[in-house]
Write a protein that binds this ligand. Structure first.
Ligand SMILES: Nc1ncnc2c1ncn2[C@@H]1O[C@H](COP(=O)(O)OP(=O)(O)OP(=O)(O)O)[C@@H](O)[C@H]1O
Ligand SMILES: CCCC(=O)O
Length: 359
């Protein structure tokens, strides 16, 4: 590392936390996870309303790291619920920010990533970028078919971490990323999964529409019961969407999004909490097995990643349902900050061009 190498700030707003890291070239200088406990225990609201507080928290991080105006070469944020797009780095522009503020594709903490990068880059006069947004869409044509004319399956996932962990696994195995066939399950406050083939996300389990429930996403629901929910007296589209994606899952049963808290309650004798934890593992295992079927059973490994992979009962509950399919490897937490910084560094070094947002 030399002082001449660029200083990059990576910003990852999650459902219950903001993760920040400073990289000098590829070297991590400083990292913090700012937990926002209040977000875990109350109904979700518009992500955009959290922008000032999250930017202020990030400014505090930069002060603690003694970063001065003009020091940063780029700020890179996690991209949100944008239109379907290829993987890669995108320059933040006014159109992207307006789309994310409107949140037409849904509310999501990562909708704040571009706006935080934009606000934090301003005093440094440096580029603001997003990398591998939640809306990366590389689905096979067959995976797009929903079963009802006029509705297509959509690709929303923890694409950034899923792709970063798959790349890391490839490096550790001495294999090329493109040569591997993998199922990767990201288990955080949200749970999403992907089948990777040829370096592309050939199918995903998108928690906005389907798959396992998690801390606050309902995942797939019985379709006719969902129709009744939509037509209940006083229901609005925004309320129902928030109920299933943001206030669903564990939160809807227990009033907390925190799986650790659910485990604590289960250990203290709460049989509902115990059943829900078991169901979360059961549904996650089923979804991973479905993606293994999408790869015709021909896969090198199943990778489990995300915050929940720190929790042994969750790992065991998922693993025993899938370890007959392929070897299971664990990547607790996530590698999103490094993946963001590396994406920005590829742009700064000229190895990759920042793409223009097409909207
Ligand atoms: N170090 C840890 N030890 C135990 N449990 C953890 C740990 N970190 C996170 N968790 C659990 O994982 C869940 C949150 O994971 P994580 O922090 O990866 O999610 P997030 O960033 O809020 O959301 P997402 O991953 O969906 O974007 C919580 O239920 C929390 O209890
Ligand atoms: C929609 C992207 C994955 C998630 O946050 O649940």
């Amino acid at each position: 590392m030399t002082a001449a190498e660029p200083l990059v700030l990576a910003v990852n707003p999650g459902s219950g936390s903001t993760k920040l890291a400073l990289y000098r070239g590829g070297t991590l200088l400083h990292e913090e996870k700012l937990v926002h406990p209040e977000l875990l225990e109350r109904p979700a609201r518009r992500a955009w309303e959290e922008l000032p507080a999250r930017v202020a928290a990030a400014v505090g991080f930069l002060q603690r790291a003694e970063v001065c105006a003009g020091d940063l070469a780029a700020v890179v944020g996690r991209g949100g619920l944008l239109p379907p797009m290829d993987s890669g780095a995108y320059a933040v522009d006014a159109r992207m920010l307006a789309d994310l503020e409107r949140a037409e594709r849904g509310e999501h903490a990562s909708n704040l990533g571009a706006a935080m990068a934009h606000a934090l880059a301003a005093p440094h006069g440096c580029p603001a970028l997003v990398v591998d947004p939640v809306s990366v869409d590389e689905l096979d044509p067959v995976a797009r078919v929903s079963g009802l004319a006029g509705i297509e399956r959509r690709s929303f996932s923890h694409a950034l971490n899923i792709r970063a962990v798959a790349r890391r696994f490839a490096r550790e195995q001495g294999r090329s990323f493109e040569a591997l066939r993998l199922v990767v399950a990201h288990l955080g406050t949200g749970i999403s999964l992907a089948a990777l083939r040829g370096g592309r996300m050939a199918d995903v389990v998108n928690p906005m529409d389907e798959g396992p429930f998690s801390g606050d996403r309902a995942g797939g629901l019985p379709a006719t019961a969902l129709v009744d929910l939509c037509f209940a007296e006083g229901a609005t589209a925004a309320d129902v969407k928030r109920r299933v994606f943001g206030d669903g899952g564990l939160y809807s049963y227990l009033g907390t999004r925190d799986v650790r808290e659910a485990l604590r309650r289960g250990e203290a004798g709460d049989s509902q909490a115990r059943l829900l934890v078991e169901a979360l593992c059961y549904q996650t295992g089923k979804a991973a097995a479905a993606l293994a079927a999408a790869l015709e059973g021909d896969l090198d490994a199943i990778l489990l990643t995300g915050g929940l992979v720190h929790l042994a009962p969750i790992v065991e509950g998922v693993r025993r349902r899938i370890d007959w399919i392929a070897p299971v490897f664990l990547f607790p937490g996530e590698d999103e900050l490094r993946a963001l910084a590396e994406g920005a560094l590829r742009v700064l070094s000229g190895a990759e061009r920042a793409r223009r947002y097409e909207g």
